[in-house]
Design a binder for this molecule. Structure first.
Ligand code: OGA
Ligand code: MN
Length: 304
């Protein structure tokens, strides 16, 4: 038992859970941290309502689960374009950088870049090691829209036929931020980041190191499959994406203020949904961790 009152209530069967009975603004015992990790392995998405965290508390809470990552968006932004100078803290808002009296203009480049969050994706899958957990905390939520949706890639894998499971096993996909952005017609990257734009390989089937459960490591950042002609790979991936995002695999999260949501990018995809971002404010803070078990062993290397 993790202690006094800690409880996880299933929000959507076996997929999302709501955690109550703890105060995540304060330092946590190892028991509680372990209980949250076990909850993440079981559910893949956990929500923590009524947690009025400060930025510092969010960073401290995140550090319980591993080493914090710096987002590519944060890295690429010029200092004067950034809202937070601490790069581990991602600005998921529509404010005009540090100027919180203004919203981003319709054609603002940062707005264009962030609009790709509306595509189903797994965070940082365009990196050699993608993100493990992402932690998103809400400060201001608009009056309507702006839900975050999650798709359970374990259930999507389980629902494949035996023949399909055999077909996806061993496939290596190529992920790049360029592939997801080009789907919405965005291609303006600051110079000096060419290395970060190159495709990286990831196995399509992820095996969870603790539970042994398999899932589909899908993401809109994927633009090809190693050894496949590009059109064939993209047509195949479209079918697989359509399969994996059917309503029975999806949980739509409606945000309350001061809510923390954690998801495991290795086992779920997610996407933002629309809201009136030219008129209403939405302010969330994001932290994320490197995903363990995502190291790629290419078939040629694995044979050694
Ligand atoms: C993210 C993300 C979704 C949202 O922060 O990585 O995809 O609803 N956010 O803001
Ligand atoms: Mn994301």
């Amino acid at each position: 038992m993790a202690g006094n009152g800690f409880n996880i209530r299933a929000v959507q069967d076996g997929f999302a859970g709501e955690v109550t009975g703890i105060d995540i603004c304060k330092p946590l015992t190892r028991d509680i941290v372990n209980a949250i990790e076990r909850g993440m392995d079981q559910y893949a998405v956990l929500t923590f309502p009524d947690q009025p965290l400060t930025d510092e508390e969010q960073v401290a809470f995140t550090a319980n689960f591993g080493e914090l990552e710096i987002t590519l968006a944060g890295q690429m932004a010029k200092p004067e374009e950034r809202r937070f100078q601490q790069l581990e803290l991602g600005d998921i808002s529509n404010f005009n950088g540090a100027d919180t009296t203004r919203l981003r203009a319709r054609d603002d480049k940062r707005r264009m870049y962030a609009l790709a969050n509306r595509l189903w994706h797994s965070d940082a899958s365009f990196r050699p090691i993608g993100a493990g957990y992402t932690l998103l905390h809400s400060r201001i939520v608009p009056s309507k829209g702006a839900d975050t949706q999650f798709a359970d890639m374990r259930a999507a894998y389980d629902a494949l036929s035996a023949a399909e499971k055999q077909e996806v096993e061993g496939l290596i996909c190529e992920h790049s931020i360029v592939f997801s952005r080009e789907q919405i017609g965005f291609g303006e990257y600051n110079p000096g980041f060419e290395e970060h734009l190159k495709p990286v390989p990831h196995r399509l089937v992820f095996t969870h190191p603790k539970t042994g459960r398999k899932s589909l490591y899908l993401s809109s950042h994927i633009g090809g499959i190693v050894g496949w002609p590009v059109p064939e790979a993209r047509a195949f991936l479209r079918d697989l994406m359509e399969h994996a995002t059917q309503p029975q695999f999806v949980y739509s999260h409606k945000w309350q203020v001061n809510e923390m949501v954690i998801w495991d990018n290795r086992t779920v995809m997610h996407r933002a949904t629309r809201f009136d971002d030219l008129k209403e404010v939405r302010d969330l803070r994001r932290t994320s961790l490197k995903g363990t078990g995502l190291e790629v062993r290419l078939p040629a290397m694995a044979a050694e």
